[in-house]
Design a protein around this ligand. Structure first.
Ligand SMILES: O=C(CO)[C@H](O)[C@H](O)COP(=O)(O)O
Length: 220
């Protein structure tokens, strides 16, 4: 099976977790694209959504789903999103699609974060995937120095301006043994908007697709 087919499989499984009423939080990335396509294909009713990117917002609106401003909603039930890497404790690296800050805001508002991935995203230790860090453009070089001091090798993502008007440094060569501590350290660097480490608020449930089907893991 191709990776794309696995993504479709897990996206369709995630339909079961859409709340009957209330708001659904929707992330970003190619797996989420397949999730939104599946909502449309199976004509699943979604009352309203909050969205983590302009692209997701457009896709949701195009299939007739009302997208609300997170400032106008109270904490809600379920947030569904993909990830670039997930470790056995359900900490994640996210931000391959440059939407990490909005994703983290919506995840922090949700009672339950359901992560949908194919098997290639499951790793014993986070860090092979370069860690995205969203930065204020005028502070980029100083943030890069601080990231080098932590042992990483930050590279500016060329041609990428986030939905928040910021830039992304992709940090190579980190092996992240303590995701919670690393998340706090990087978030404390002046000029950092958000690091794409989701440890303080990891996933509550991971749905992952293999050739044998979709497995469900609940946070240990
Ligand atoms: O964090 C993200 C976007 O910022 C995505 O969830 C992550 O990059 C996974 O994407 P894909 O489903 O395309 O593999």
């Amino acid at each position: 099976m191709t990776q794309d087919e696995l993504k479709v499989m897990v996206a369709e499984e995630a339909l079961k977790y859409i709340p009957k009423d209330g708001i659904l939080g929707v992330g970003s990335g190619s797996t989420v694209v397949k999730f939104i396509e599946a909502i449309d294909r199976f004509k699943i009713k979604v009352d309203a959504a909050v969205s983590s990117s302009n692209k997701t917002t457009k896709m949701l609106q195009d299939i007739g789903i009302r997208v609300l401003d997170p400032n106008d909603v109270e904490p809600y039930g379920v947030y569904i999103d993909g990830a670039d890497e997930v470790n056995p404790a359900f900490d994640m690296i996210k931000g391959g699609g440059a939407c990490l800050t909005r994703e983290k805001i919506l995840a922090s508002m949700a009672e339950k974060f359901i992560c949908i991935v194919d098997k290639s995203k499951l790793v014993p230790t986070l860090g092979k995937f370069p860690l995205p860090v969203e930065v204020i453009p005028m502070g980029r070089e100083q943030v890069a120095r601080s990231l080098r001091a932590l042992g990483g090798n930050p590279i500016l993502r060329q041609g990428c301006i986030t939905d928040n008007g910021c830039e992304i440094l992709d940090v190579h060569d980190f092996m992240i043994e303590d995701p919670l501590a690393m998340e706090a350290k990087i978030n404390a660097i002046p000029g950092v908007v958000t690091v794409g480490l989701f440890a303080k608020r990891g996933a509550d449930m991971v749905l992952y697709a293999t050739e044998e089907g979709v497995s469900v893991k609940v946070r240990p």
